[in-house]
Design a protein around this ligand. Structure first.
Ligand SMILES: *Cc1c(COP(=O)(O)O)cnc(C)c1O
Length: 430
């Protein structure tokens, strides 16, 4: 299988090069040149299979030409080392709990798969690979933990000093080994600028192999398709099924669209936004107007220019009518998110995190108009990851799972860093 860039200004790429590059040289995002179809037999037997078995079949259809079967099996089973339960929240509304991985957010799935695939493609090489990741919280923890202990690969996490939660910070500053956390004097945008500048610095990249692990990387994007097949198989038999996704950069939702193109009979998708509503606006007006993000309590969705919009346009050839036939949008401000968390808890005893809350409510609104349908929403983080917010909304003291507590008891080992590129460059070269 070859991969093309959504900007189509560069030749087709191998899987290996696409994964190690992340972004294509023309700044496009990589897509598979052909979308494999899974047959009737596969769907007929889906309900009898485990998450890992399903994921391996989907992975084989996509990556089977490029990765030998035993290695691919190790990648899938190694990445999906935890369950993804579906919990019925109310009536025909189900939560697909993607937060049972090591850092308790859905990004574990993509980050763990990417780490394994990157290691697979670099394992016989002498040069060390350095993964650079700028984070406002969840990405850094998922990537750092995904790559932890991988030989020949180091991870450098840049995060804005004082602007990530204590739990999030502990998840990437206490690991040690091949993970280095840089506490940057500045905002998330400074961290991102430093990383971007490093990739463009020819003098630096001649001496160090740098790569990124953000959600544009196809080996982070594609494995997110696996759990849509699994989620669909957990829904009541013979019913129509819709899926609802709390969205920021839209990697997660786009992976669902890919699953559907592979034959998965999900009838419709629902994109839930917070106040960063450029995609919602696109659905209403056919105009896509990226703008700076605004801070909300669902901060992993604070994206003003969703990078995977390019993949959605590519899948639909820019056909607005096609996009709106398949995807509906909803958006919620902070006050609404707060009342959704509260009301859902009061009515169903289910504790949502602020991201899942947007999706849970969007699904409820959609199902009100579409009654005979069942739907699942992606619950992308454990509520304890946003403990201060959730406690405040519920007037409660929600328990911190052991997995998160273990991070909190580790020793912080971050390196202070100015926001000047020269300092960052010196650090990478030393
Ligand atoms: C990253 C993230 C999202 C947004 O996912 P995208 O793939 O960027 O749309 C939603 N919820 C949580 C908790 C996240 O960490």
């Amino acid at each position: 299988m070859k991969y093309y860039s959504t900007n189509r200004q560069v030749p087709l790429s191998t899987l290996r090069d696409a994964v190690l590059k992340g972004l294509a040289d023309d700044n496009g995002l990589y897509m598979p040149e052909r979308i494999p179809q899974l047959g009737r037999d596969f769907f007929a037997s889906l309900r009898t299979k485990t998450l890992q078995e399903i994921a391996l079949e989907v992975a084989s259809a996509l990556f089977g030409d490029d990765v030998a079967a035993p290695a691919l099996r190790d990648m899938v089973y190694g990445a999906l080392s935890f369950d993804i339960p579906t919990v019925r929240v109310a009536d025909n509304r189900y939560s697909l709990e993607l937060f049972h991985g090591p850092t308790m957010a859905f990004k574990d799935v993509g980050a763990r798969f990417l780490a394994r695939m990157m290691q697979h493609f670099t394992r016989n090489e002498k040069a060390e690979t350095n993964v650079l990741v700028a984070t406002s919280g969840d990405t850094g923890s998922a990537v750092a933990n995904g790559f932890l202990g991988m030989e020949g690969i180091t991870v450098t996490v840049l995060y804005p000093k004082g602007l990530v939660s204590k739990i999030q910070e502990a998840q990437f500053t206490t690991l040690g080994q091949n993970v280095c956390a840089l506490e940057v004097e500045g905002a998330f945008d400074d961290c991102q600028r430093l990383v971007k500048q490093a990739f463009l610095d020819k003098g630096l990249t001649a001496q160090r192999r740098l790569t990124s692990a953000n959600s544009i990387n196809l080996a982070r994007f594609i494995p997110q398709a696996f759990y849509y097949f699994w989620g669909w198989a957990q829904m009541p038999k013979d019913s129509e099924v819709v899926a609802c996704v709390p969205s920021g950069n839209f990697g997660n939702l786009t992976a669902g669209l890919l699953a559907r193109r592979m034959g998965l009979p999900i009838k419709h998708f629902i994109a839930a936004n917070n106040a960063n509503d450029v995609f919602w606006e696109y659905l209403q007006t056919a105009k896509f107007s990226p703008r700076p993000s605004i801070a909300t309590i669902a901060n992993a969705m604070d994206v003003g220019n969703p990078s995977n919009f390019a993949r959605i346009m590519d899948l639909y050839n820019g056909d607005y009518a096609g996009v709106t036939a398949d995807i509906s949008g909803y958006r919620y401000g902070d006050a609404q998110i707060r009342s959704i968390v509260k009301r859902t808890f009061d009515e169903t005893a289910y504790t949502l995190d602020p991201h899942g809350a947007c999706a849970c409510e969007a699904l409820r609104e959609y199902l009100e108009e579409n009654k005979a349908v069942n739907g699942f929403f992606l619950e992308t983080a454990h509520p304890a990851k946003f403990k201060e917010t959730v406690d405040d909304i519920l007037g409660a003291d929600i328990a911190i799972p052991e997995k998160l507590q273990a991070f909190m008891s580790g020793r912080k080992q971050a390196v202070g860093m100015s926001n000047r590129y020269e300092d960052f460059r010196d650090f990478l070269l030393k």
